[in-house]
Write a protein that binds this ligand. Structure first.
Ligand code: 6R9
Length: 653
């Protein structure tokens, strides 16, 4: 049950309880209360100082922000730097070459450790390897890899050359990979034979073969990392072994400095229409905010902390908090390849114990899953090294927050709930752990240097605690610079709803203290286990199946994954609702987009609820999927439709 402000009963109860930072933590924290003040008084001066002190510039910038052509921002535009140098060489030059950069833990239990000096050497060779394949500044390289060190090495090698990478999540299908290769015009793909998942090798190379098979992509080279030793098909001339190329590559590579606005990466994310958007990020501003947030939100102490972000590099969290943020900040971190329950449900906690992890950053869905497995599992491990816990990807419900705090954090670790997006590049809303008394379920307030608001439909400041829309009112360094190849879509999606204000697509409200609570997406984007999926993309996959005439997809509340994909389909004339059709359609979406997009349930119905103008009313289907009384159906062309649908769903579930 939710009240009028969208709060459930537990949220209501816990809204008033706060957890002040432990005194010793607060005293030693990187960010103190004055930082909020300072940033508010001179936001641009604040970011300029962060850029200067946190990064190494080859040519210092003189201009902080160029906002003369909104919404196209340019940050630190006349400065020049190399992102890979900032993540690697400069730490070696500062005498920290022997510090561990990466503790890699493979799912089968194999491990590899890279110091900053070793990682720098690897990236230099990989940069020479890519250069030998013709990769130059301004090119795009597609990366389709499991969570192995070569993923970070490939990304940094691209950055070193000034080429942009487009990482495609290894769980995406060959079709998804192909459309991303085409959109970005990538000439090189870096992949692996496969990776280990749930105790088995799971293949990647066949999807690349399929994606580039027609010969209609711009791909000239496919570089293959040998991870699992699986048999793979080989196309002579096109396919090359990573190990052989790297062995042949010269060891020295001088990092050239590029302009601060040189593209760093494109990352595709779901939008409200079927076609994923290529979110474009550039170098200087992105790295400034990613690095700052490591020190601010996570209170990073590079000499002593061991940081672990569990996200895959295929998502933005993996870009900013597995690769660029931690490495630029000089952190020691853990990278884990597999799933939390392989070989058993204690795997995560054993990794924390083994490496002495101090800072864990994961998604609420993982916490809820661990809650379900029971607290006796983490209790078997020594988690006393932990000193800070992070959360990302979706609103964290107060029960999960409290469990995370007590069971994993031993009651002593501040929980930093970080709200941000692929588009924002780095943290935007998160309590500074040494300053803010945290509240279970709320991300609370913008980080220093970021300005946000909750507004109503007209863009006016919201009164009191009513629900509204989250907007960002001032440009920020890590903001997206556009939608790749589609400036109009960039304007339409984010900047047209309110003037010169960024529309995030999230519902939010303030509480009595002015802290921000997130209420989920207000558009047709679902959030399943912290991953963004678009209803339109899954619907178009369903209607591409021979048996389907029409489809509507909703995200229904789900105890573990936050939301679950529920599909309603109308079969084509002459197609019988045969046994197993739902299963067949689920498998179809899984193969078409990827397993994470697979609907939890597919209901075959005779009709879909539509307005007179033909718009599907997903809100009503959501009521059905969530087992609620169906809401106001008065704008439907035929209001009896909902009774029929409810009956059909009941008889098939
Ligand atoms: C980093 C990331 C972005 C969407 C965002 C919002 C949801 C992320 C959240 C959160 C509430 C948090 N979201 N973090 N909602 N509290 N701490 O997840 O990027 O995949 O682009 O998703 O995720 O709805 O708009 P991305």
């Amino acid at each position: 049950m939710t009240d009028t402000a969208g709060r459930n009963a537990v949220e209501h109860d816990h809204e008033q309880s706060t957890f002040p930072p432990p005194a010793d933590f607060a005293a030693a924290a990187n960010v103190q209360a004055e930082e909020y003040e300072r940033a508010r008084e001179d936001r641009l001066g604040f970011w300029a100082e962060k850029a200067r002190t946190l990064l190494d510039w080859d040519t210092p910038f003189t201009q902080t922000l160029d906002w003369t052509n909104p919404p196209f921002a340019r940050w630190f535009a006349d400065g020049r730097l190399n992102v890979a140098h900032n993540c690697l060489d400069r730490h070696v030059a500062a005498g920290n070459g022997e510090r561990v950069a990466l503790h890699f833990e493979g799912e089968p239990g194999d491990t590899r450790t890279f110091t900053y000096a070793q990682l720098t050497d690897e990236v230099k060779k990989a940069a020479n390897m890519l250069a030998s394949l013709g990769v130059r500044k301004g090119d795009r390289v597609a990366i389709y890899l499991p969570m192995i060190p070569e993923a970070a090495i490939s990304m940094l090698a691209c950055a070193r050359l000034g080429a942009a990478h487009s990482v495609v999540f290894g769980g995406f299908s060959s079709d998804a990979l192909k459309s991303r290769i085409m959109d970005a015009e990538a000439r090189v793909v870096i992949t692996a034979d496969g990776g280990f998942r749930r105790g088995k090798p799971s293949s990647l190379k066949p999807a690349v073969d399929e994606a580039v098979a027609g010969g209609d992509t711009p791909v000239e080279h496919v570089v293959v990392v040998e991870r699992t030793g699986q048999e793979v098909d080989w196309t002579e001339g096109r396919d090359k072994k990573w190990s052989e190329l790297l062995a042949a590559a010269p060891a020295e590579h001088e990092a050239e400095a590029f302009e601060a606005e040189n593209p760093l990466f494109i990352l595709y994310t779901s939008g409200t229409t079927g076609k994923p958007k290529g979110i474009l990020h550039t170098s200087g501003g992105y790295l400034t905010q990613a690095t700052y947030s490591m020190f601010a939100s996570f209170d990073l102490k590079p000499e002593t902390d061991v940081f672990w972000c569990t996200a895959d590099v295929g998502w933005v969290t993996g870009h900013s908090y597995v690769v660029y943020g931690p490495l630029s900040a000089g952190a020691t971190q853990v990278m884990y390849e597999g799933t939390p329950d392989t070989p058993d449900k204690g795997r995560w906690w054993s990794v924390i114990e083994k490496y002495g992890v101090t800072t864990l950053y994961c998604a609420p869905t993982a916490i809820r899953t661990c809650m379900k497995w029971g607290e006796d599992i983490p209790a078997q491990y020594d988690l006393s090294s932990l000193r800070l816990l992070g959360s990302v990807g979706e609103p964290i419900n107060p029960e999960a927050w409290l469990w995370y705090h007590r069971v994993i954090g031993g009651g002593r670790c501040p929980i930093v709930d970080t709200w941000w997006q692929t588009e924002t590049g780095a943290h935007m809303i998160a309590p500074m752990p040494g300053v803010v008394a945290t509240k279970p379920g709320s991300s609370q307030r913008a980080i220093p240097g970021v300005e946000v608001k909750v507004v109503d439909d007209e863009g006016a400041d919201i009164a009191g605690t009513d629900p509204g829309l989250l907007v960002i009112t001032e440009p920020w360094p890590a903001m997206l610079r556009g939608v790749y190849g589609d400036p109009q879509r960039f304007k339409d999606t984010y900047w047209s709803r309110f003037e010169n204000t960024y529309f995030a697509g999230d519902g939010a409200r303030y509480d009595e203290d002015g802290d921000i609570w997130f209420l989920g997406r207000v558009d047709d984007v679902m959030n399943v286990s912290g991953h963004r999926l678009s209803t339109a993309e899954i619907e178009s996959s369903l209607v591409a199946h021979d048996a389907v005439a029409e489809a509507a997809v909703v995200g229904a509340a789900d105890e573990t994954s936050g939301q679950a994909v529920i599909a309603f389909v109308i079969l084509r004339q002459g197609v019988e609702a045969r046994e197993g059709i739902s299963e067949e359609l689920r498998a179809h979406v899984g193969a078409d987009i990827g397993p994470i997009a697979k609907p939890k349930r597919v209901h075959v119905v005779d009709e879909l609820p539509k307005t007179r103008s033909g718009k599907i009313m997903r809100r009503l289907l959501k009521d059905v999927a969530e087992n609620r009384t169906v809401g106001d159906a008065s704008t439907l062309a035929d209001s009896s439709v909902m009774d029929v649908i409810s009956q059909q769903v009941e008889s098939t579930s």
